[in-house]
Ligand binder design. Structure first.
Ligand code: GLN
Length: 246
């Protein structure tokens, strides 16, 4: 953190706000404030330069045409890459997960260059995936399951530089199993350097405050006091149960 106010970026909400993922920044700001940490949300539009000095960045999902506009902007403005080079944490959802890879193919088969910040590629998987997604996290600092809503046509394959965020318990996730031969398991998301990326909408941080707190603790550089928000446990229980229903 540069000064006493935590600056949380919401990048390109005009094109990456389709699935309500801008709510992730609201959750981050509110969970910081309830702990006495000043927080401000910085909305960065398509015509704005992307600042490289924010404390924490969020990127959302979008449909193919909007996603291409976002890929163009993120590839031509050096701000986000500079921020990642400086290890600023970034949460990326769905379309932006795909943009952060080497390249992705959209539903029409067109190949779009990505930022190469994640060692992944994405191609259409055939049938679109729409439904609940639950994963068992595979990274340090996260124990409880993550729940979200997925809606995507792309399947993402990880290269050796990237790790999955979690093992799929219900739903599809990346759509390309990871691991050796017969031992390959379905996974969701990508973790590499300061980036945590997932196919989960929801917004994912409203459903999973423990993931919000992991990002916040990285941004402030300290462990955070526990914070209980009434209703969250009931919401999580309801969504986990919903994922079990046929
Ligand atoms: N357009 C991408 C896909 O369908 C991403 C969709 C999304 O962000 N939900 O795979």
């Amino acid at each position: 953190m540069n000064d006493s106010t935590l600056a949380i970026g919401v990048l390109l909400p005009e094109v990456l706000g389709t699935y309500g993922d801008t709510g992730n920044a609201l959750v981050l700001a509110e969970r910081a404030r309830r702990r006495g940490i000043d927080a401000t949300i910085v909305r960065v539009g398509l015509s704005d330069p992307i600042p490289h000095g924010l404390d924490l960045y969020t990127l959302g999902g979008g449909e193919d045409a909007a996603q291409a506009v976002a890929a163009d902007k993120l590839g031509s403005d050096p701000g986000l890459v500079r921020a990642l080079d400086a290890d600023r944490p970034l949460l990326a959802i769905c379309a932006s997960l795909q943009i952060l890879g080497h390249w992705y193919r959209d539903a029409s088969g067109e190949r779009v260059s990505g930022l190469g910040a994640l060692d992944i590629t994405t191609s259409p998987r055939g049938a679109r995936i729409i439904g609940e997604l639950v994963i068992d996290p595979l990274i340090d600092g996260l124990d409880d399951p993550l729940t979200g809503f997925e809606n995507h046509g792309g399947a993402t394959t990880l290269g050796p530089g990237a790790r999955p965020l979690g093992r799929v318990l219900s739903g599809v996730g990346n759509g390309a199993p990871e691991g050796p031969g017969d031992g390959a398991v379905p996974v969701d998301g990508v973790v590499q350097g300061p980036i945590i990326a997932t196919y989960m909408h929801g917004p994912v941080l409203a459903r999973n405050p423990h993931l919000a707190d992991l990002l916040l603790s990285r941004a402030v550089g300290a462990d955070l006091a526990p914070l209980d928000v009434p209703g969250v446990a009931a919401l999580r229980a309801e969504r986990l149960a919903a994922a079990q229903r046929p």
